[in-house]
Design a protein around this ligand. Sequence first.
Ligand SMILES: [Zn+2]
Ligand SMILES: [Zn+2]
Length: 164
Amino acid sequence: MIRVNLAPLVHAELGLRELVTLNLSNLTFEDLTLNYLKGSLHFTRVAQGILCEGHLNAEVQVECIRCLTLFSQPIVIELEDIVGLPGADLTPERPVRVTEDYWVDLAPLIYEYAWLEIPHNAVCSPHCKGICPDCGGNLNLGECVCEEGAALDPRWDALKTLLK
Ligand SMILES: [Zn+2]
Ligand SMILES: [Zn+2]
């Protein structure tokens, strides 16, 4: 839950703005973990509801596609969306609204926008050696116990000859 009180804006005239500063740590969503989330959001009363916009800095835990270990990567979440007024219909395009007592939980929005920034081909380091295809050991940690060369499938011998 990322709860923000929007009471001053719900009944305000159009154009009124509020600045809200977030500084959170350890946010865990179903399949996404943010080590921290910080920054400021502007909330502006507009005709359709309350416009929420701003940049948030976060650090996300991602899995290296080569060695499959989790590592942290900083991301910038660029948010720009409408928060519905109390009683407004929730739709996939507008998944959050202010409750009858003027709170909004921004978590679904943050989650959605954070997803857009997650690197999907993340590599823990340009020098990552990955895992051994035979024993599954992490080559960065020297976990491979295969004898050098022993891992080569004999069927590759023909190819090796070709390469020579
Ligand atoms: Zn890696
Ligand atoms: Zn190995």
